[in-house]
Design a protein. Structure first.
Length: 301
């Protein structure tokens, strides 16, 4: 069986998965030694080479593992075990890019999780931001706990009336996401343990000891009240006076600044008026000369 997968196709046989994509998808041709390294959370990669223009990756098939594409069929307890482990893997292993699609993830009903394709820096993961693993993980969780297709989860067009799905999409940290998907009984057990630890603490001392502590606390409180009543009030008055003085200084500074601005404006106006008066005097003198000239010209006969 051959399916579209990542940047190419995956062929499933009885014993292996064969991932094939064009070498033009590589950022550069580099050795595939790291991808062949054995890791507990990955399917073993038995072959990684470039053949006739294609990158060929072969992964050993483990028959006890199920494809994450069928996780929606499981009960909630199994889902929570699987996705809790999945969140941990995506949070912990960020040195490479684990392709975040259901066909790349496999699990057991006990909560064991393995992935197939991990992309080194020079290998393709088209459509997935390497720096936004949290968002990719939330889409996988939304897919697991809804009846929607993974494509709908990618587009975030999942029905948001489900409060649990809303909390998944609203999570902003790995810790919040992990706490959200933990099994309810585990979370409830932690809360009960905290309550037990706190509930018995007040009764771990004799009654007489507690009465002495209470009386001592009351005595110290009364003494502090008497001491601070006389000492704090003058301090408060001084603080208010300092605040008022500071306000007055700022007010005076503002007035001085306004005064300076007004004086400058008046000087500018005076200069402007003097210039206008000078121009008027020139015009008047010119008119006088013109009138005198006209008076000395004899009338035409």
């Amino acid at each position: 069986m051959i399916i579209v997968f990542g940047d190419g196709t995956v062929e499933e046989t009885a014993t292996e998965y064969v991932y094939r994509f064009s070498k033009t998808k590589l950022k550069q041709e580099a050795p595939f030694d790291r991808i062949k390294q054995t890791k507990s959370y990955l399917l073993p990669c038995t072959f990684a080479e470039i053949i006739r223009g294609d990158v060929i990756l072969r992964y050993e098939k483990e028959s006890h593992l199920l494809s994450f594409s069928r996780i929606q069929q499981e009960n909630e307890a199994i889902k929570r075990k699987v996705v809790s482990r999945l969140v941990h893997l995506f949070q912990t292993h960020q040195e490479t890019m684990l392709l975040p699609i259901p066909d790349n993830i496999f699990y057991t009903k006990k909560g064991e999780v393995k992935l197939m394709y991990q992309a080194m820096d020079h290998m393709p993961v088209t459509g997935f931001n390497r720096n936004d693993r949290l968002t990719h993980t939330k889409r996988l969780l939304a897919f697991a706990f809804s009846n929607e297709s993974f494509e709908a989860c990618m587009l975030q067009s999942v029905e948001m009336r489900n409060e649990f799905l809303q909390h998944i999409y609203q999570s902003t940290t790995w810790e919040a996401l992990q706490e959200l998907v933990q099994e309810p009984e585990e979370t409830e057990g932690k809360q009960k343990k905290r309550k037990r630890n706190w509930s018995f603490a007040p009764f771990s001392f004799p009654l007489s000891t507690k009465l002495c502590v209470a009386l001592l606390t009351l005595s110290v409180s009364c003494n502090l009240y008497v001491i601070t009543k006389d000492s704090i009030q003058p301090a408060m008055v001084n603080a208010k006076q300092d605040e008022q003085s500071e306000k007055q200084k700022k007010h005076i500074q503002m007035l001085e600044q306004e005064k300076t601005k007004l004086q400058k404006k008046m000087q500018d106006k005076e200069s402007e008026i003097k210039e206008i008066v000078g121009q008027l005097k020139i015009v008047i003198e010119e008119n006088k000369k013109l009138q005198q000239k006209q008076a000395t010209v004899p009338p035409a006969q």
